[in-house]
Design a protein around this ligand. Sequence first.
Ligand SMILES: [Cu+2]
Length: 314
Amino acid sequence: MKNLMMMALVLAPTTAFAHASLETKTAPANSAYEAAIRIGHGCDGQPTLEVRVELPDGFTDAAPVAKDGWEASLAETASGVREIVWQGGSLPADAKETFAITGRLGDLPAGSALAFPTRQVCADAQIAWVERAAPGVDPHSLDRPAPVLTIADTGAVVGAAHAGDLAIERAWVRGVPPGAPVAGGYLTIVNSGTAPDRLLGGSTDFAGAVEVHEMAMTNGMMTMAPLPEGLPLPPGETVTLSPGGYHLMFLELSAPPKPGDTVTVTLDFAEAGPVEVTMPVSQFGAGAFPGGDGAGGHGHGEGDAHGTSHGSSH
Ligand SMILES: [Cu+2]
């Protein structure tokens, strides 16, 4: 490792380039998190052939997001540092791409910082994005800063709630135009307990009814139907309601949710009971959580015709 560092010091150009950085730089503790690291350039004009990202303490269940043309693996260095390694691909020196790792953030204090030291390996050069700012030092003054995630103040996070062993994350409502008859809601539910629960539905003051729906292909047509028994939440599992899949259906809208607003929804669980969640309202047709951490902006969009298909089916 010492040799690698020496090479980096000798060969890294001193010009300021786009730094390797996280797409989502803040996230709440005790939540799912995708560390998507954007690589902005090669090593001194050479294509990047390998990317290694160290996994910080407090970030668990780490798994690489599959990436075309690359093979990813979890490795452990001799000193016990765990890292995700992408190999086998070649990223041109002038290309920008994202290498992502899914995982979970532990019970970390708000304001704490998790570094994801990142190394780009080229044919005969390397860049080590591993520098950490000392207290009182502006991180922008560093030549090769490590990508850093800051743990958000959970009191300020919309779209999240806890109830017993259930954690609700990234809950949002898709904005609809005035006059729309229905709207969809989406969220992730983590059941970290040992007993099953079920999401039965809910209530809110902007809709006459809140149901849990399932979407399915029937004879080549996308259809949806309420789940009469509710949505099962097996112990130890994470269940996601997302556009094109399970969703909350807000019916009989009295005030269609407007983009940029937040709405309060009480979710009804068979075991955990009622749980109130404040949900941000996205733009029309959005495919992912719009909340304040900038998530969803890197190619995971999953547009569907849900909004329009609902108009006629309800
Ligand atoms: Cu529906």
